[in-house]
Design a protein around this ligand. Structure first.
Ligand code: ATP
Ligand code: ZN
Length: 291
């Protein structure tokens, strides 16, 4: 298969934590392409897009150099590479923190105790920036993998590594003392591709689709019954969205109210709706949301 010069090109991780959710996002917005493990590129049948499957570390540079117009990669990697790319949208997966962690029962309790100490990391650039901002002089030891074992080998006094659940740290008797970067998967673009009207239009179409998918995942649709007299209070509780749908019920004085609710407020909203007199509350997932 050949890359088509006129098509938009996007790089995603070939194998690893971001591979499946990235491909899942592309498929869920209706892009039709063949994918199997080990594949290097794929061509979309129903959108002028070619997808390249790469190591995540290479993605920022490929996008910076315009080899691909777009890329999906962790913010941690783009920040570390310092690539000149446009950062377009957070994609709501792959979230983790780049954190400093230290041996559980050691003398280092805050980052200021790191003065004169050794810190092992695969993120020397982000770590050095953090240390100089905090005016901490410590030795940064660059390690490409398995950073978490360096304190027990006495190679380092602390580490700076990605953490999501913290279980790898606990396994190595390490505990986080400071988050230096919160990361998630982001959509990045080659700045000149955005200056090309044809490509920019395609990028915008993809972004609208991605946003529709992300918003839908973050939102629930709720339906409830309530006495007409409770409507005003209920409307005050329903956050953010435009006005809810209100339908009269067969029973006089009763109405059904439908609304979309952002997931982050979901349980608070439900509890408050019940208190305000809502009953028979049904919650359904939203598949796509284009506002
Ligand atoms: P590659 O072979 O592509 O270089 P990798 O081994 O560097 O892969 P993965 O471990 O697959 O990378 O992680 C890819 C990205 O997933 C990270 O850069 C980060 O953005 C995100 N991520 C989310 N949670 C974690 C975690 N707990 N540990 C590491 N990365 C995480
Ligand atoms: Zn990598």
């Amino acid at each position: 298969m050949r890359l088509n010069g006129d098509n938009l090109k996007m790089a995603v991780q070939r194998q690893g934590r971001l591979a499946e959710p990235s491909i899942g996002l592309l498929k869920s917005v209706g892009l039709d392409f063949d994918y199997y493990e080990g594949r290097l590129f794929a061509h979309c049948r129903n959108f002028p897009l070619d997808i390249l499957f790469l190591r995540d570390d290479d993605i920022p540079e490929y996008v910076q150099d315009g080899v691909t117009d777009l890329g999906i990669v962790g913010l941690n990697i783009t920040e570390e590479k310092g690539a000149q790319v446009a950062q377009l949208d957070c994609l709501d997966f792959g979230s983790c923190s780049l954190s400093i962690a230290v041996p559980g029962r050691g003398s280092i309790r805050t980052v200021f105790d790191l003065q004169g100490k050794r810190i092992a990391t695969s993120y020397p650039r982000i770590l050095s920036r953090f240390l100089s901002e905090k005016k901490i002089e410590a030795r940064v030891i660059e390690i490409s993998g398995s950073v978490e074992i360096t304190p027990s080998l006495d190679v380092a006094d602390a580490i700076c590594d990605l953490v999501s659940t913290g279980s790898t740290l606990r396994l190595n008797d390490l505990e986080p003392i400071e988050v230096i970067l919160k990361s998630e998967a982001v959509l990045i673009a080659h700045p000149q591709s955005l200056a090309d009207p044809r490509k920019q239009e395609l990028v915008e179409r993809l972004r609208i689709r991605f946003q529709g998918n992300i918003k839908a995942r973050k939102t629930k649709y709720i339906m409830m019954n309530a006495p007409q007299s409770a409507l005003e209070r209920i409307q005050q509780i329903l956050p953010g969205m435009k006005s809810p749908t209100i339908v009269p019920l067969a029973e006089t004085g009763m109405i059904a109210i439908h609304s979309a609710v952002p997931e982050e407020f979901f349980w608070d909203v439900i509890e408050n709706l019940k208190k305000a007199g809502a009953s028979d509350i049904l919650v359904v997932p939203i598949e796509k949301m284009v506002v």
